[in-house]
Design a protein around this ligand. Structure first.
Ligand SMILES: [Ca+2]
Ligand SMILES: [Ca+2]
Length: 645
C-alpha cells in the first residue's frame, strides 16, 4: 500500500523502479511456476506409476467376467471393462517360485536362476529385476506379498534386488499360513499381534500386507512408483476372517467348506482391487498409473470330487462351452500356464478391449522399463507389451519357452511342443484347433516338431542359482508357518519307524535307479533304503497329474525270498508324496521285471504298513508309485522294508 501511495503521490522516477521490478518478478515467478508445472507433468507422464497385483493360484476361468457362475469379482470385472483383457498372457512357469523369477527378471525358465519350487532357491546377487531397473530411474519401489525368489540370508532377498521395501513372506512355506507369528519386512521380523501360527490368530497377514501397499502408494503419490503386490490369496491354507464381508456371501452355500473359503478369498481380493482404484482416484493418480492384474500359475483344480473332476470351481474349464485346458498347476500343458490377466490405464488403454497377443511373464520387465524410459538389459527374453496396450503394432515372439522338473514346453505361433519328462517323447499340438491338447501331431508334423525342438534346445542353459550365507533364518521362517501350533505328533511327539521283526536288514542294499529325486533339498532316493525314518526320498513329479511314473529300483545285495514290502510314510507334518496306490515286482535281473507281484492301496497313516505278496525269490525290487494320498503329483518314502517272513 505504501509503495503504491508513493507512486501516485510522488513524481520522482526512481520510485517507479521497484514497481517495475515487482511486476517483472511476478511475471517471472508466474512463468517459472508454469514451467515447473509443465516439467512436473512431463516428468509424470514420462514416468507413469506401475501397480502389479499378482493373485496366487487364481485360475483362468475363476472371474465373473470370464463367465464364472459362482465366484463374484465385480471390481476386477469393472477393471476389464475399463481396460484390456489378455487371453494368451501365459505364466512364466507352472508353480510359484519359478514363475515369480520370470516376472521379476524378464527371463524365461531356461535362463532363470530360480527353476525349482522348494522355496530354497535364490536369485543370484548380480541379477537385475524390474524393481532395480525402475529404482535406477528414480522410482520408489515397494513389494507386498510373497517373494519366493530367495529366503532370508540368501543372495535373493528383495531389498538386494531393487525394492526399497518388501513386506510379506520371503519363503513359500511361511506363506501357507495367514496367521504366522511374524511376516518379514526387509529381512526383519514384523510381529503380527496375537498370532501363534497355523490357521487361527488375531492378525490376518493379508490385511497387513494390503494396508502397507496402500500406505506405500499414498506416501509416494508425488513421485513415480512401482508397487508390486504378489499377494497370497487364494493360495495357502484357505483362511479368511469370519467377519470379512466376502465370507458372508459364501458361508452358507452347500459347497465343501474349503471351496466356500476359496471363493470368499477371491471376492475379498476383488474388493481390495476396488479399494486400490478408489485410492488412485482419490490421489488423482488414475490417469498416470498402469495397473496390471493376473494369476501366477495355472489353476490347481482344487476340491476335486467325482462330480467335479476338474476341481469344484473348474479353474480350467470354460463355464459355458465346457472346453478344458489340459493339466493344471505344476505341469506345462495349458492348464498349468493359462492365467487371467487384465491391464488398465485410463486414457491410454482403450476400454473394453480383448487381445489375443501371445505373451508371458518375461514380457513384464521390458514393458515396465519401456514405460518408465528405464534401461532394458540386453539379455532379457521378454518383449515389451506396450504396443499392444496402446493399440499399436506389436513385435511377436519367435517362440516362448518353459522348463520345470524335467518337463519342457515350447510355443511357436499356434504350435506347442511338450515333453513331460526328461528325455521323454515329444508331443506336438496345434492350439489353434486343439486348445485342449488332445491330438498329438508329433508323427504327422515331424517338420514342425523338429523346428520347435531346435528352439527348445537353443533356449535352455544350465541353471546358476544364488546362494545362502546361512539358512538359519530361512528355516526359521518355514517353521513359522505353524509357529506354536505344530499339528500333534504321533505318540507324544515320537515318530514311527520300521519294525525289525520279519524284515530284511538294510545292510548291503543299493539303489539301482530312481525316476527322480529332490536333490536340491537333500531328499534323495537312497534315503528310502537307509533305515533312518528321518531321511526321506521325495520325488518331484514328472509328467501329467494323471500319471505317476515315480519309480524306484533297489538291489538287496543277494537273492532272497520276498514276502512283501513295508512302507513308512514321511514322519514330518506334511502329507505331500504319501503313497496311495503302488505296485511292485521282484526279479533276479535289474533290467527285466515281470508283471507286478502285488498292487496295493495304502492308508493315510504315518504308521508302517505291510503289503504282503506271494513269496517270490529275487535280488531286485521295482516299486512303482501310481498315486498320491491327496491326488498330488509327488511321491515320498521315509523308509522301505522288505518282508522275509
Ligand atoms: Ca501359485
Ligand atoms: Ca530314510
Amino acid at each position: 500500500m505504501s509503495s503504491k501511495a508513493a507512486i501516485v503521490v510522488g513524481e520522482r522516477r526512481p520510485t517507479r523502479y521497484p514497481e517495475v521490478m515487482a511486476t517483472v518478478l511476478r511475471v517471472l515467478l508466474l512463468l517459472m511456476s508454469l514451467l515447473v508445472s509443465v516439467a512436473a507433468q512431463t516428468a509424470a507422464t514420462d514416468k507413469p506409476n506401475i501397480v502389479y497385483v499378482l493373485a496366487d493360484e487364481l485360475g483362468y476361468y475363476e472371474l465373473s467376467c470370464l463367465g464364472h457362475p459362482h465366484i463374484q469379482t465385480p471390481n476386477i470385472d469393472r477393471m476389464a471393462k475399463e481396460g484390456m483383457r489378455f487371453t494368451q498372457y501365459l505364466a512364466g512357469s507352472a508353480v510359484c517360485a519359478p514363475t515369480r523369477a520370470c516376472l521379476m527378471t524378464g527371463k524365461h525358465s531356461g535362463h532363470t536362476s530360480v527353476r525349482s519350487n522348494g522355496g530354497g532357491t535364490p536369485l543370484r546377487a548380480d541379477e537385475q529385476t524390474v524393481a532395480s531397473l525402475l529404482k535406477a530411474r528414480g522410482y520408489a519401489t515397494g513389494g507386498f506379498g510373497k517373494w519366493g525368489c530367495g529366503g532370508r540370508g540368501s543372495t535373493g532377498v528383495p531389498e538386494r534386488h531393487g525394492f526399497d521395501t518388501f513386506v510379506g513372506y520371503y519363503d513359500q512355506v511361511h506363506a501357507h499360513s495367514y496367521y504366522p507369528p511374524y511376516i518379514i519386512e526387509n529381512s526383519r521380523e514384523l510381529v503380527l499381534a496375537g498370532n501363534t501360527g497355523g490357521r487361527t490368530g488375531k492378525t490376518y497377514s493379508h490385511t497387513v500386507i494390503v494396508e502397507r501397499a496402500m500406505a506405500f502408494i499414498r506416501a509416494n503419490k508425488d513421485q513415480p512408483f512401482f508397487c508390486y503386490m504378489p499377494v497370497t490369496p487364494p493360495h495357502g491354507m484357505f483362511d479368511i476372517p469370519a467377519d470379512d464381508p466376502a465370507w458372508q456371501l459364501y458361508k452358507d452355500k452347500s459347497w465343501p467348506e474349503d471351496a466356500r473359503r476359496y471363493a470368499a478369498m477371491v471376492t475379498m481380493l476383488d474388493r481390495q482391487v476396488g479399494e486400490l482404484f478408489a485410492l488412485l482416484e482419490e490421489l488423482s493418480l488414475d490417469d498416470n498409473t498402469l495397473v496390471l492384474f493376473s494369476g501366477d500359475n495355472g489353476g490347481a483344480d482344487y476340491f476335486k470330487s467325482k462330480e467335479h473332476p476338474r476341481g469344484f470351481h473348474g479353474a480350467n474349464v470354460h463355464p459355458e462351452t465346457g472346453v478344458e485346458f489340459r493339466g493344471k498347476k505344476g505341469n506345462l500343458f495349458e492348464g498349468g500356464l493359462r492365467i487371467p490377466m487384465i491391464a488398465r490405464w485410463p486414457g491410454r488403454i482403450a476400454p473394453g478391449t480383448v487381445t489375443d497377443h501371445l505373451c508371458y511373464f518375461p514380457d513384464f520387465l521390458p514393458t515396465a522399463t519401456e514405460l518408465a524410459s528405464a534401461e532394458t538389459p540386453a539379455d532379457v527374453d521378454g518383449i515389451s507389451m506396450m504396443p499392444t496396450l496402446l493399440g499399436k503394432e506389436q513385435k511377436q515372439h519367435e517362440f516362448l519357452y518353459w522348463e520345470i522338473g524335467g518337463q519342457t514346453a515350447v510355443r511357436h505361433l499356434h504350435w506347442k511342443a511338450i515333453r513331460t519328462r526328461k528325455n521323454g517323447e515329444w508331443q506336438l499340438y496345434d492350439l489353434r484347433s486343439d486348445v485342449s491338447e488332445t491330438t498329438d501331431l508329433a508323427v504327422s508334423k515331424q517338420d514342425v516338431l523338429q523346428k520347435l525342438i531346435a528352439m527348445a534346445e537353443r533356449a535352455h542353459e544350465p541353471v546358476r542359482e544364488g546362494t545362502f550365507a546361512s539358512r538359519e533364518l530361512h528355516e526359521k521362517d518355514r517353521r513359522a508357518k505353524w509357529g506354536k501350533n505344530q499339528p500333534r505328533r504321533n505318540r507324544r511327539g515320537s515318530n514311527f519307524r520300521l519294525p525289525k521283526k520279519g524284515l530284511l536288514a538294510h545292510d548291503g542294499w543299493q539303489l539301482v535307479r530312481a525316476s527322480s529325486e529332490s536333490s536340491s533339498n537333500g531328499k534323495v532316493a537312497k534315503n528310502a533304503i537307509d533305515g533312518n525314518p528321518k531321511t526321506i526320498w521325495h520325488s518331484r513329479w514328472q509328467g501329467g497329474p494323471e500319471k505317476h511314473p515315480h519309480e524306484l529300483v533297489i538291489d538287496l545285495g543277494r537273492s532272497v525270498e520276498v514276502h512283501g514290502l513295508c512302507y513308512l510314510a514321511r514322519q514330518d507334518n506334511g502329507w505331500n508324496g504319501t503313497i496311495k496306490e503302488c505296485e511292485f515286482s521282484i526279479s533276479e535281473d535289474p533290467k527285466a521285471f515281470p508283471e507286478a507281484a502285488k498292487k496295493a492301496t495304502l492308508k493315510k497313516t504315518k504308521r508302517p504298513q505291510r503289503v504282503p505278496c506271494p513269496p517270490t525269490k529275487g535280488r531286485y525290487i521295482k516299486l512303482r508309485i501310481l498315486s498320491e494320498i491327496n491326488g498330488g503329483p509327488w511321491a515320498s518314502i521315509a523308509d522301505l522294508g522288505v518282508m522275509i517272513k
